[in-house]
Design a protein around this ligand. Sequence first.
Ligand code: TRP
Length: 344
Amino acid sequence: MTDTTSTYTGPERVFSGVQPTGKLHLGNYLGALKKFVALQDSHECLYCVVDLHAITQPVEKGALADQTRQIAAAYLACGIDPAKSAMFAQSSVLAHVELTWIFNCVARMGWLERMTQFKDKAGKDAERASVGLFDYPVLMAADILAYKATHVPVGDDQKQHLELTRDIAERFNREYDAPGFFPLPEPLIQGPGARIMSLKDGTKKMSKSDPSDLSRINLVDTADEISKKIRKAKTDLLGDMPSEVDGLKGRPEVENLVGIYSALSGEPVEAILRQYGGQGFGVFKPALADVTVAHFAPITERFREILNDPAEIDRALAAGADQARAIAAPVMDEVRRIIGFWQV
Ligand code: TRP
């Protein structure tokens, strides 16, 4: 594929989205939200609660608006600043839907049929999956390109969707003789270090759907709950802490705990192992509990506070939607002109 990125001369802009399904945890914070927050200082950012994506699969009746507020509260608690970034619900900016339709006519069936996430989510009975679930990646492309976003912080699992977004942008630009109109957005993939595993099984990702609540540290957990979960975290019977990175091989639980320590404190893994190597978990775990409480408990406390004031969350979301609409409107005007729809 020819790279037409270089022909795009617009400003750099960041877009990302989180689905309003389920509760967030330490893995989401370290894997995604922390990065979102850091990008605010260098870029114009849009952070969306992707509620249109959420309805591609069954949603609990009447729960959607509250779940949207929950994600907005998480954004705010982690440090998304509505004065710097546009934080809004996807369904309140109609450009997402309009551009999805246009992109439906740009994307090819074959492209979507290759999407592994659809195959995973649809399972064996793809005939019964909603058309929306199939079209999910096209909506995602519209999310990003309605704002001509150039950079998209996402997890590894979204890489294929970003490639599709680039294919759609490239084909639109070519088909409508509009070179460089849409940027070809780049994923900012979180490194493997940002992958936080279950506290009960170092080979499984920390997940909101794990039946054991002890497997994860939730955004709603208090300082006491956080310490308790770290103390009860699984380790192994291979003895003390290793003093070098090599010693973490084959010890996924220990590697995960050291990774959490490093991600929260900012200390490199090597330095942590130098300090705790040769010591037992009776020493390391309380130290990790302290680090986790010091860095994460203020966030969970703020989260619980913000949730107590839903009117404030609603005001932030409404203001963010206004900002987002103002950015998308001129892009959509241009899109309509480029396609050649009748207009006055
Ligand atoms: N599909 C993404 C996820 O599950 C969420 C998402 C929707 C998104 N639209 C987006 C992420 C646009 C980045 C950009 O994580």
